[in-house]
Design a protein around this ligand. Structure first.
Ligand SMILES: Nc1ncnc2c1ncn2[C@@H]1O[C@H](COP(=O)(O)OP(=O)(O)OP(=O)(O)O)[C@@H](O)[C@H]1O
Ligand code: SF4
Ligand SMILES: [Mg+2]
Length: 353
């Protein structure tokens, strides 16, 4: 196994409650609760989960934009959990971000030339001139933009073009890791797949590792080598992307899969019916008041007594990763197998996914 570029070990990020009124203090928000994963060069780790599950908080912790409550973050084996101010420039050269809304993350008053070129000057000391121009044109070419874009402003481009500029800007510093947080979520499906193809090509050319964050399991699977499924700050399932998708061992993963629309009408009707077996409208618990047991218990169609009492431990899953669900060690004792047949039989459903 290659040395991972990024290692996240038992990460906790809790936001201390601020004083609201004179004597009332808001409770601590437990946004991330003990998650671990690693990403090797040339690989993409996808983080998927519903809104509020803690994905961006993980990204912000890795980017050193939020304080880490506990746990370790390593880059190339070196602990950078609390990176020192003087090494921040070096850190930014190694880890870059591409965010959901390129319109607000790109400086509106600058042309593409400056947006992409700034990092080249800052990190390589190459001043504006022919050498820098040549590099910018090459980067634009890598993301599929012609050199006529050099003089454009963000407001003169489409969402997909702006996202390509964001990727070029991130690539300009030749990073080892790019964190793409909902980077394609706001784009139309066809533009989304173009941008994903750009990410793939860039990875093949440069070996950059990606942390790819999204809420659509289908998209995340498509892009990622490995995926982690997050719910209320916990990684409830983790493993090779195709394995997790084909043999989901956690009911929440199956719910996410059933939420993705498919073109085949029969399969779509089946997914809709399956989705209805989940208490989808039940409010998830608040991260400021997590239950003692499984946080998914109030939405899970196959919850058992133990579920509301004890938080499940991680157990090995058939797909080679792991899962945190009592079904594998209690009740039906699924022992890491896919949860699909069990949920289907409990819900009285059969048919295609
Ligand atoms: N600075 C903060 N102070 C207090 N709570 C916060 C802070 N940042 C995030 N949270 C809370 O932490 C939880 C996780 O938020 P986060 O933004 O990481 O979720 P997410 O999975 O990225 O959601 P989305 O899909 O909507 O982007 C949420 O309950 C959020 O309200
Ligand atoms: S631990 Fe229990 S409540 Fe949680 S997902 Fe598994 S079966 Fe459902
Ligand atoms: Mg987010």
């Amino acid at each position: 196994m290659t040395q991972p570029f990024l290692e996240v070990e038992n990460l906790h990020v809790h936001f201390a409650g601020r004083q609201r009124l004179l004597r009332e203090t808001m409770p601590t928000v437990k946004a991330v609760n003990g998650i671990s994963f690693a990403i090797e060069p040339h690989r993409t780790f996808g983080l998927v989960g519903e809104s509020g599950s803690g994905k961006s908080t993980v990204a912000r912790a890795v980017l050193q934009l939020t304080d880490v409550t506990a746990g370790i973050i390593r880059l190339d084996g070196v602990d950078v959990t609390h990176v020192q101010r003087e090494s921040e420039l070096a850190f930014r050269k190694r880890v870059q971000a591409v965010l959901q809304d390129p319109y607000s993350s790109l400086n509106q008053v600058h042309q593409v030339r400056t947006i992409v070129g700034d990092g080249i000057t800052r990190h390589f000391g190459i001043k504006p001139g022919p050498e820098r121009e040549q590099r910018i044109v090459k980067l634009l070419d890598e993301v599929g933009l012609a050199d006529e874009f050099l003089d454009r402003y963000p407001y003169e481009m489409s969402g997909g073009q702006r996202q390509r500029v964001s990727i070029a800007r991130a690539l300009a510093v030749e990073p080892d890791l790019i964190i793409a947080d909902e980077a394609t979520s706001a784009l139309d499906v066809s533009i989304q797949s173009q941008v994903i193809n750009v990410l793939r090509r860039v990875q093949a050319d440069t070996g950059v590792a990606f942390l790819f964050i999204g809420h659509d399991l289908d998209v995340v699977r498509h892009v990622s080598d490995d995926v982690g499924v997050m719910y209320l700050g916990y990684l409830v399932e983790q493993g090779a992307a195709d394995g997790v998708y084909d043999l989901p061992a956690h009911p929440y993963t199956e719910m996410l899969i059933a939420s993705v629309p498919v073109p085949d009408p029969a399969a779509q009707a089946d997914r809709r019916a399956l989705r209805q077996t989940f208490k989808k409208d039940a409010e998830p618990p608040s991260p400021a008041d997590l239950p003692p047991g499984c946080p998914f218990a109030n939405r899970c169609p196959v919850a058992m007594d133990i579920c509301s009492e004890l938080m499940p431990h991680a157990t090995a899953a058939r797909h080679g990763g792991y899962v945190r669900c009592h079904l594998h060690t209690s009740g039906p004792m699924l022992a890491g197998e896919s949860v699909i047949p069990y949920i289907r039989s409990a819900a009285g459903k059969s048919g295609k996914r």
